[in-house]
Unconditional design. Structure first.
Length: 138
């Protein structure tokens, strides 16, 4: 008497484990990869000079948190500011303009102001900044 074993079929290979691995790799590379566009050339952002003395002379333009403007402590509207800065820049040898903006001022108030001041003839525009941590008072 000959006993034969029943023929067992090999289970088919499942690819579920492979799909999981590919999914985890995809998520991993999406998390560590850079999603922003890179410049085709080297870009070194500027650094703020804190602790350096402010240049003397020039015009000081102040911008409040709400976007109100003042030139050398005198509050004025935007068209008057253009006239006052243009008159000061053309009447003297002053070419420096300091922009002192409140920390809560939105950038949309400051950037057009810088462009306008440069168009009026300022050779140097300085943005006044405060260090992250103020030095201890003496």
């Amino acid at each position: 008497m000959k006993l034969s074993r029943p023929i067992t079929k090999q289970p088919a290979e499942t690819i579920v484990a492979l799909i999981d691995v590919v999914f985890f790799l995809l998520v991993f590379f999406m998390l560590i990869g850079r999603m922003d566009a890179t410049a085709p050339f080297d870009v070194s952002p500027p650094t703020a000079q804190t602790g350096a003395d402010m240049p003397s002379g020039g015009i000081t333009v102040s911008v409040s948190a709400t976007g109100d403007l003042a030139v050398d402590g005198v509050s004025m509207a935007e068209p008057d500011l253009n006239t006052a800065v243009a008159a000061r820049l053309s009447g003297t040898s002053e070419t420096l303009v300091r922009i002192n903006a409140h920390r809560a001022t939105e950038l949309r108030h400051v950037l057009p102001l810088v462009s306008r001041i440069e168009e009026l003839g300022a050779q140097e525009v300085v943005l006044v900044v405060t260090p992250e941590t103020a030095p201890p008072a003496q």
